[in-house]
Design a protein around this ligand. Structure first.
Ligand SMILES: [Zn+2]
Length: 382
């Protein structure tokens, strides 16, 4: 049999298929056509993946890639190749006033897949440093719904940054939070809430959420955390997790604290999805990329299978796209990543300048987007 691309002899980790074994993957066009041991295919191009991990392309559920318009944004295609990421969810860089431009200038032009959440603030994060919802006139729930209707294929949900210095305190904070919830319901999508130093407590927020809504920056430190004053996970948080609220890492510049994440893991509150919140202020550290963020969870004791599931299948499900991405099953889109597992002593830093060391570090060495191998593979082989 003939195929375009054959990835030979890598360790295939595909949570959707329950696979973690040495196999081949055959690709024709933009589809995976076969997965199995010692496939008998003739291929236009063969990748020798022996010694490497072969996984579905990673899905980063929290990035900022509205470059040149949002000051902190990065380039989606560069993040893709650097991190083995084939789908990125931009978390509210654009709002109702500028999502049309985001789509035209970036989503539609990127080689990698970019999806977006629409910010409750009409201007998105253009002037995020000023607090995009401190002026209540910037809240535009009706515009969010209309934007999602207009761009239903790529605008998949609603975003609010719920820190008091962003949405205001007291009743104004509540009004914005509830407007964001209503926009998610009215658009039949879901809400991602950036938790900061919030004007309400997390237990107060939870009853307003539905399965599929998402708390990002879930392991942040500071005054608003998943932990009560005794360092126990709030019972309302445990119930929310059981009910299907998604807890997303969103590592970020100031949102990942070793003490919080270890306390949560010790109490069986695991993240559903691993994401980076990559932007200009954390790409040179402490976040760097998805593989580094995944490696931190390996250091914390999660298994390779768990970490890959949280970075492929779980975010695919959060997006409702698990039939197409986040898996290597035959017929799915040929979005694939290759990784080398480096061993040695590596230092990992949280968002609060605290350093820990681990013995494993994942590094992306190849990215295949819709069946096309991104530049860099030849260089690696040299
Ligand atoms: Zn963010």
């Amino acid at each position: 049999m003939q195929c375009n691309l054959l990835i030979r002899g890598g360790t295939v980790i595909d949570a959707a298929a329950g696979q973690n074994q040495i196999m081949d993957v055959a690709i024709t066009g933009d589809r995976i056509v076969a997965v199995g041991e010692s496939l008998e295919y003739h291929a236009d191009q063969v990748i020798d993946a022996s010694g490497l991990i072969v996984s579905p392309g990673l899905i980063d559920l929290h990035v900022h890639v509205y470059q040149h318009h949002i000051p902190i944004s990065l380039n989606a295609d560069e993040l893709s190749i650097a991190g083995g990421v084939t789908t990125q969810l931009d978390a509210g860089s654009a709002g109702s006033y500028n999502f049309d431009g985001f789509r035209r200038d970036y989503i539609d032009r990127a080689n990698t897949e970019v999806l977006g959440l629409v910010n409750l603030a009409c201007t998105g994060l253009v002037a995020a440093n000023l607090g995009e919802l401190l002026d209540p006139r910037h809240s535009d729930p009706a515009g969010v719904v209309a934007t999602i209707e207009r761009h239903a294929d790529v605008a998949v949900g609603v975003k609010i940054r719920a820190g008091a210095h962003i949405i205001g305190s007291g009743q104004q904070g509540w009004d914005h939070f509830l407007a964001a919830v209503a926009a998610a319901r009215d658009s039949n999508t879901w809400l991602m809430i950036h938790i900061g130093e919030c004007p309400m407590t997390l237990p107060e927020m939870m009853p307003h959420l539905q399965p599929g809504d998402c708390i990002t920056h879930c392991f942040k430190g500071g005054s608003t955390t998943l932990l009560d004053e005794n360092q126990h996970v709030f019972k309302e948080i445990k119930k929310a997790a059981d009910d299907g609220i998604i807890f997303d890492v969103g590592h970020g510049f100031g949102s990942f604290h070793w003490d919080v994440v270890t306390a949560c893991l010790d109490q069986d509150l695991l993240p559903n999805t691993i994401s980076t919140d990559l932007h200009l202020k954390n790409v040179h550290g402490p976040v760097y990329d998805m593989p580094t963020t995944m490696s931190k969870f390996l250091m914390l004791g999660l298994s390779l299978t768990q970490v890959f599931e949280m970075s492929t299948l779980a975010p695919a499900k959060a997006l409702g796209r698990e039939a197409e991405i986040g898996t290597l099953k035959v017929g799915s889109r040929a979005d694939i990543a290759l990784f080398e597992m480096k061993t040695g002593e590596f230092t990992f830093t949280d968002s609060y300048q605290q350093v820990r060391s681990g013995s494993q570090r994942l590094q992306a060495v190849g990215t295949i987007q819709s069946g096309t191998l991104a530049p860099g593979w030849t260089q690696y082989k040299l």
